[in-house]
Structure formats: structure tokens, C-alpha cells
Design a protein around this ligand. Structure first.
Ligand SMILES: Nc1ncnc2c1ncn2[C@@H]1O[C@H](COP(=O)(O)OP(=O)(O)OP(=O)(O)O)[C@@H](O)[C@H]1O
Ligand SMILES: [Mg+2]
Length: 337
């Protein structure tokens, strides 16, 4: 079931929060809305779910215009940001709630709840109270509560924000696995680029109510279309440099350059893993910081006035003060904005 957002805008409190947005989510795909706090992610999701009416534009699900349809009659289900389960109800009752509102027969409700609990691997907790199960399990119950309504489009607003780092990764993988198994079209909101890159088919990077780039994760990472995307997604060295064939002048310092960019002064972005560093007593750069990151080491290099971050394999014999030679393997160049 595809979702089309067509020229949707929303003004709240006198400010344009969502600005003429277009987005197409193909059937069965998981798409993330990724952007900093306040950029309009939740507002967009609430409009898709019908909790907020767009000022202009249309929303289509499976080709059908749903713009004027109320949330409960819309083929969507939303897991809200920081939405807790009802503590006084068992897992069964939490999940059954929406089906009861729909006045389904008891036996059918029972069957559907059992089935969805099986999907999220929580059958053994059917009679547990939310307070007695782990945070990750609670999040899966919240997911089950949405899935049981058999929506065509599943909407998840920061579903992992309440979990600690380790658990976040696990539940993230669970969500992806369940989403693929059920084959449900999903829009997930997050401000965590790592999360967006790791579970999405495509990522829409938002800023100020607009989408700067909408591409598969690898493309967003390797070929950011704007400086904002380059800076927001992953670690990026942003430099003003002068390209001259296979040389790059960063301030006074010249380094070897194997990327593709037009000659002349450019604003470029260089991923730390694309910075090659080797000890060289005559090298033009110096290691000013060494940060141990476990399976890799982060170096801060100074090239004259400029700073450059490099990720190198752990074990390299580079210490603070080492003079080094630097090569830049590739660079991102974006459209002027
Ligand atoms: N009802 C409202 N009236 C006025 N302003 C609002 C209203 N709802 C949201 N806003 C503003 O719209 C902007 C976008 O809000 P939104 O909740 O969509 O952001 P978000 O991208 O989800 O951010 P976060 O990552 O913090 O959840 C914010 O500046 C917020 O203050
Ligand atoms: Mg939000």
C-alpha cells in the first residue's frame, strides 16, 4: 500500500512547520523521516495519521485520497512519541483495546491478539502487566497494539527513544525484521541518523519543514545533496579547499586528492574514513589528538589552521605530535544552496 504526500503544508503558531512537502513511500517499504528536533517530523506524521489537518496539499494511500478522513477511519496506525502502555491493563487488554472499540466478537479479538503477540515474540507475556516486562518488550507491545489493527500504513514516532543504547539496537532490528515479515508500509520518525541509516529502505532528511534529500541510506551517506545533509548524517569534515587536479590545498597545506571535484575553490566534505594518514617526518600535518573508539581510532589532525578528523585502524603507531602525510581518497561536493 503506497503512500503519497503531495504538496502538503502546515502552519502552526504563525510559523510554517511543514513546507510544501512531497514524498512517495512505495508499498512495503520502511522510510525514515530524519532531522533535528523541531524540524516538523511529528507534525508530518500526525498529518499522515489524520490527527492534524494539512492547510494545503493531499495525502493518498493506495491511490485513495484520505486527506479529509478521521484517524480511526484511516488505514493507518500510529505509535506515538513517548506513548506508554496503560499500566493497569494486561498486555492482552492493551492490545485488544482498539479491536474492542471496533466491536469485534470476543473470540476474534482473542485470536488476533494471540497472533500479533506471536509475531512480536511475546506470547508468554499475554497476561503480564506492562510494569513487569522490560522496556524493549513494552516497545514491542506498543508495536503489536498498532499492528493488530491491520493498518495499511504503520506510523512510528521515535519508537526507540526511551530505550538504552544496547536495547535500542536490538529493538531496532526487531522492528525491521517484523516490518519485513509483515510487509507493511512504514514511516518511522527519528532524529538518530544511525537508526535511520540502519533500518530504512529510504531516508528523507528534513530540515525546517522541508526534505533536503530522499534516497537509500548508502546514497544519503556517500552522496549528500546539501551541506546540511552532509553535516547531519555521519561525521563529516567540512572544508573550504582549492582543488587542483590530484592536489588539494587546505589553507597553506597541500595534500594528495583522489576524489572527483572541479578545479578551483570548493566547499567539500570528507568522511573521516576517506582520510588516509601515514607517519612521515616531513609530512605537512600533525596528529593533535588520538581518541580510542574500540575497533577504530579517531585522529584529529591539524593542517595549518584547519582541523581534519580521520578514522584509522586501531594499532597504527600514531601518537599525539606525530608528523603525518595525508591523502584524501574521496570527497562529497554538493549543489550550492
Ligand atoms: N500546536 C502547535 N502550535 C504551535 N507550534 C507547534 C505546535 N505543534 C508543534 N509546533 C512547533 O512546530 C515545530 C515542529 O514540531 P514537531 O513536533 O513536528 O517537531 P519534531 O521534528 O517532531 O521534533 P522532535 O524531534 O523534538 O520531536 C516545533 O517548533 C514546535 O514547537
Ligand atoms: Mg517529534
Amino acid at each position: 500500500m503506497s503512500l503519497h504526500i503531495e504538496s502538503v503544508s502546515k502552519v502552526l503558531g504563525g510559523r510554517t512547520i511543514v513546507d510544501d512537502m512531497d514524498l512517495v513511500v512505495e508499498t512495503g517499504q520502511l522510510v525514515s523521516l530524519l532531522g533535528p528536533s523541531g524540524c516538523g517530523k511529528t507534525t508530518t506524521l500526525r498529518m499522515i495519521g489524520g490527527f492534524l489537518k494539512p492547510d494545503s496539499g493531499r495525502l493518498l494511500i493506495d491511490g485513495q485520497d484520505v486527506t479529509g478522513i478521521s484517524p480511526e477511519r484511516r488505514p493507518t496506525a500510529m505509535v506515538f512519541q513517548n506513548y506508554a502502555l496503560w499500566p493497569h491493563m494486561t498486555v492482552f487488554k492493551n492490545i485488544a483495546f482498539g479491536l474492542r472499540l471496533r466491536k469485534l466478537p470476543k473470540a476474534e479479538i482473542r485470536a488476533k491478539v494471540e497472533e500479533v503477540l506471536n509475531t512480536v515474540n511475546l506470547s508468554h507475556h499475554i497476561d503480564s502487566y506492562p510494569g513487569r516486562i522490560s522496556g524493549g518488550e513494552q516497545q514491542r507491545v506498543a508495536l503489536a497494539r498498532a499492528l493488530v489493527l491491520e493498518p495499511k500504513v504503520l506510523l512510528l514516532d521515535e519508537p526507540l527513544s526511551n530505550l538504552d543504547a544496547k536495547l535500542r539496537e536490538r529493538v531496532r532490528d526487531d522492528i525491521r525484521e517484523i516490518q519485513q515479515r509483515v510487509g507493511i508500509t512504514t514511516v518511522l520518525v527519528t532524529h538518530d541518523q544511525d537508526e535511520a541509516l540502519s533500518i530504512s529502505d529510504r531516508v528523507a532528511v528534513m530540515t525546517g519543514g522541508r526534505i533536503d534529500q530522499y534516497d537509500p541510506p548508502a546514497v544519503v551517506y556517500r552522496a549528500p545533496r546539501t551541506k546540511f545533509v552532509a553535516d547531519f548524517v555521519g561525521t563529516m569534515n567540512l572544508l573550504t579547499a582549492t582543488v587542483h587536479g590530484d592536489q588539494l590545498a587546505v589553507g597553506e597545506v597541500k595534500v594528495a586528492f583522489h576524489g572527483e571535484a572541479e578545479d578551483g575553490e570548493q566547499e567539500i566534505g570528507v568522511r573521516p574514513e576517506d582520510v588516509k594518514v601515514s607517519a612521515d617526518a616531513d609530512g605537512p600535518a600533525t596528529v593533535t589528538r588520538v581518541i580510542h573508539r574500540g575497533h577504530y581510532t579517531e585522529l584529529v589532525l591539524s593542517l595549518g589552521e584547519e582541523r581534519l578528523r580521520a578514522f584509522v585502524s586501531t594499532g597504527a603507531e600514531l601518537v599525539e605530535g606525530t608528523a603525518v602525510r595525508v591523502e584524501i581518497a574521496r570527497a562529497a561536493v554538493w549543489e550550492a544552496s
